[in-house]
Design a binder for this molecule. Structure first.
Ligand SMILES: Nc1nc2c(c(=O)[nH]1)N[C@H]1C(S)=C(S)[C@@H](COP(=O)(O)OP(=O)(O)OC[C@H]3O[C@@H](n4cnc5c(=O)[nH]c(N)nc54)[C@H](O)[C@@H]3O)O[C@H]1N2
Ligand SMILES: Nc1nc2c(c(=O)[nH]1)N[C@H]1C(S)=C(S)[C@@H](COP(=O)(O)OP(=O)(O)OC[C@H]3O[C@@H](n4cnc5c(=O)[nH]c(N)nc54)[C@H](O)[C@@H]3O)O[C@H]1N2
Ligand SMILES: [Mo]
Length: 766
């Protein structure tokens, strides 16, 4: 942590010795160097545990080192030898803890005891599990309306925990399931079903071995899903074309040294990854996508006129899709001038991208947060689908759409019922099996839950993991709303900001992590998770629990459910928790796609959940894949300020969402600091500023509320004009709650209109 502030360009490839060194340092810092290596050896292996880091898929035949630098950090962080005990909470009042940085809070280590907030002393004090559960029951049962409770989920929860959680909340009587994915891939879940009938990706890991082209939009694999670098490296080495669309020239998109490859490591060589990186402006993706499609269309017309083979896959278009005429009309009506202005790329560049894509017989279109976290996130996703469909790249080997999910089980949580918009069929099944009437009205997502809190309509918040109070937009307003609640409950492994932004009463319920042994009545248990490629597999920890007082997530949920519902609902919560196979039997009974669940997870690598789109069966209203038009290029008419910059808030290489591993960002050359703003030299000069100056950043709000952050250091960077970037979560006060995608409600944390000015903070006052 004590690294001095500096900016030093990093000249090494991504991965390589730098990655091994950083992983080793993380293990040592958490005092788990030896046991940590033993733990890592079990990661992503048959019989071992699933990496608690990202949602990238595991290969069928894993190498003995199936982990990456950042997975290693995630494990070190969980398997840490540090403990955050009642003694610690006796030393500090909650008001004093508020002065700790987020990094310092989590550095206290694993939580060891259930705790309740004592208002008299302003401290967290130990509480028995039974009293904690009774408190939850008392509050939930006192609500005049069950919709005054919010049940938040963060995507690390297992299928078993998530299924019990939704059952509990629905038995209480609400569909209020704000979920981390509402801030993440919701544009995928909402957008893709209209295009291809499923809200998930259509590729498997083996498709990467066959693709001729891989296009990566707004995703930073070297940091956020480093195991994907294996696929990209292999693809690059066999000559596949890799095109990246990103405002940053992210290092791993440029070149990568495989830590698992002895030759590259010994000879200090690396593999170039992207054939080209197109530095699109922040928010310019619809423009690039339309430009590429425009090029495909022109090339197809030319080919047809010359009697040559068509460029578009007309067999697919005629046989499997609807809406092509409207798409063509829209592309013809969109001018190249508008496309180049909005994307910041030249026509020649976009045409070259289109041409490289047109050459590929098999292509995969990958995307991440740079696409979804926009006011037009759903439209971004659907234009990616259009580009794929024009060449018939869905339901073909070596081809497909690949949204890279974030949390390791965020996709699975959705599959097993964490949704505020449940289908009638699903609710009917719950009703038949459990004999209670589940609520039918739609519930809250993250944005509508926060709006309800701001209106004073919420009394209880329960968080299954995560760090809600730090991850949400529009701080500090939204945090103030959380403080007005009657009860906040957090099921967590480590102390974080959300535990300090508490209601009148508050509970911290410490749980087992992925790496730990989970012993229940019938013996040691495994949980299951679903990765980005819809593979479901088991995960079992082997480490001893961080404290004897911890409970597993399913056991905590069952405890709360029993204390709240008593005999009102005939569900044998204890029996289910005693044997997780019984929970899986329930999941299978409600969701037939899990047929044979307990048997199929025994296969190495688990099993694949059927994807209809992969079979070219289209579960859309028309029964076909649908080309969808987005009118215009997603300009924001409210932003007319000529000095406006589009701010993108993203992750450093050394953080896991709100958890910071350090204040540095090695690949981008930033050390010991995070209050920085990346901006190009011309934009800096145009404002009479210089590299290294301190600036204040203000959102161009349309609701009259002032949103500003002060004292950020400018870094002159190779970045597109009109755009700037800074780190999440520090910049969440700049993201307005109202600025979300109207279709998916995803906050636009990758596209905030801001102004900057020389800072009015005194130097050194920070
Ligand atoms: N180590 C580590 N792993 C993680 C996480 C972590 O924090 N740390 N988080 C997990 C989670 S929950 C998620 S969702 C994923 C997130 O993983 P990513 O999707 O990679 O998320 P970000 O780093 O926020 O941003 C992605 C990229 O989008 C680019 N970008 C920004 N704005 C735009 C734009 O307008 N257009 C385009 N084309 N690109 C843009 C940024 O430069 C950045 O390279 O990773 C998961 N894995
Ligand atoms: N401005 C801006 N805001 C964003 C984003 C952005 O790019 N920009 N990204 C958004 C995205 S993609 C996401 S997914 C959200 C993330 O939002 P969250 O998922 O809510 O946040 P995390 O930081 O992943 O949560 C970390 C906490 O989870 C707890 N935890 C860790 N492991 C476990 C476990 O095994 N069990 C339990 N019960 N708890 C555990 C620990 O206490 C830890 O402090 O943030 C979103 N917010
Ligand atoms: Mo995410």
């Amino acid at each position: 942590m004590g690294i001095a502030k500096s900016i030093r360009p990093y000249h090494e490839p991504a991965g390589g010795w730098g990655a091994l060194k950083a992983m080793g340092a993380a293990l040592i810092e958490q005092h788990v160097a030896v046991s940590g290596m033993a733990t890592l050896a079990r990661m992503n292996q048959p019989g071992g545990f699933d990496c608690p880091g990202c949602g990238w898929a595991d290969p069928k035949n894993p190498s003995p080192f199936e982990y990456c630098e950042n997975g290693g950090k995630a494990v070190a962080w969980e398997a840490t030898a540090r403990r955050c005990t009642p003694d610690f909470f006796a030393r500090f009042t909650v008001s004093e803890l508020e002065a700790f940085t987020d990094f310092e809070l989590e550095m206290q280590g694993r939580l060891t005891h259930p705790l309740r907030y004592d208002a008299l002393t302003d401290r967290y004090v130990p509480v028995s599990w039974e009293d904690a559960f009774a408190t939850v029951g008392r509050h939930l049962n006192a609500l005049p309306d069950p919709d005054m409770a919010e049940f938040y989920t963060s995507g690390r929860a297992s299928n078993e925990a998530a299924f019990l959680y939704q059952l509990f909340a629905r038995a209480v009587g609400t569909n209020n399931f704000p979920d981390c994915s509402n801030m993440c891939h919701e544009a995928t879940s909402v957008g893709l079903p209209h295009s291809i009938g499923v809200g998930k990706g259509t590729v498997l890991l083996e498709d990467f071995d066959k693709a001729d082209a891989i296009l990566i939009f707004g995703q930073n694999p070297g940091t956020n899903s480093p195991r994907m670098m294996t696929e990209l490296r292999n693809a690059a080495r066999r000559g596949a074309t890799i095109l990246s669309f990103n405002p940053f020239r992210e290092r791993a998109l440029e070149r990568f040294q495989a830590p698992q490859n002895p030759v590259e490591m010994a000879t200090l060589t690396s593999t170039p990854i992207s054939s080209r990186i197109f530095q699109v402006k922040v928010g310019g993706d619809v423009a690039v996508l339309k430009g590429m499609m425009k090029h495909l269309l022109a090339a197809d017309r030319a080919a047809q006129a010359a009697g040559a083979a068509p460029v578009l896959d007309w067999d697919f278009i005629h046989g499997h899709s609807t809406g092509i005429e409207a798409l063509i009309a829209d592309l013809d009506a969109t001018s190249w001038d508008a496309i180049t202005a909005k994307s910041g790329l030249s026509r020649a560049d976009i045409e070259s991208a289109g041409a490289a894509y047109a050459k590929a017989e098999r292509a995969i279109l990958v995307y991440g947060m740079g696409i979804t976290q926009h006011r037009h996130g759903t439209q971004n996703v659907q234009q990616i689908a259009n580009l794929a469909l024009l060449r018939g790249h869905v339901g073909r080997e070596g081809s497909g759409i690949c949204p890279v999910r974030g949390h390791s089980n965020v996709q699975g949580d959705r599959t097993v019922g964490i949704t505020e918009i449940p289908s009638t069929e699903f609710l009917d099944r719950l009703e038949t099996r459990y004999g209670f009437a589940p609520p039918r009205a739609h519930g809250h997502n993250v944005v509508t839950a926060l709006e309800a809190m701001l209106r004073g309509e919420v009394r209880v918040f329960i968080g299954l993991g995560g760090n809600f109070a730090a991850a949400i937009p529009d701080l500090p307003r939204t945090q103030e709303a959380l403080r007005r609640l009657d009860l906040t409950v957090h099921i967590a492994t480590k102390l974080n900001r959300s535990h300090l932004v508490h209601g009148r009463e508050a509970l911290i319920l410490p749980c087992l992590g992925r790496t730990e042994r989970d012993l229940q009545a019938t013996g040691p248990q495994a949980v299951t998770v679903e990765d980005s490629m819809s593979m479901v597999h088991a995960s079992a920890g082997h480490n001893p629990p961080a404290s004897p007082y911890l409970k597993s997530e399913p056991a905590i949920i069952a405890g709360m459910a029993r204390a709240t519902l008593g005999n009102r609902v005939a569900i044998d919560w204890e029996g289910l928790v005693g044997d997780y196979a019984r929970i899986r039997t329930e999941i299978e009974a409600i969701f037939p796609i899990f047929r044979g669940y307990n048997t199929r997870i025994k296969a190495p690598g688990g099993f694949h959940l059927t994807s209809l789109a992969r079979e070219r069966i289209w579960a859309t209203p028309s029964g076909k894949a649908q080309f969808l038009v987005c009118v215009g290029l997603c300009e924001d008419p409210a932003v007319i300020d000529p000095d406006a910059l589009w701010l993108s808030t993203m992750r450093s290489h050394d953080q896991y969402n709100t958890t910071l591993y350090s204040l540095s960002d090695r690949y981008r050359g930033v050390y010991g600091q995070r209050d920085v703003l990346f901006l190009n030299r011309d934009e800096i000069a145009r404002r009479g500023l210089e590299d290294g100056d301190q600036v204040d950043i203000a959102t161009l709000s349309t609701d009259g509320v002032e949103r500003a952050l002060r004292g950020f250091r400018l870094i002159a960077y190779d970045f597109p004009a009109g755009s700037c970037a800074a780190y999440y979560p520090e910049t969440n006060p700049l993201v307005p709650l109202y600025a979300h995608d109207p279709q998916s409600f995803t906050p636009s944390s990758k596209g905030v209109p801001v102004r900057i000015a020389r800072s009015t903070l005194q130097p050194g006052a920070q």
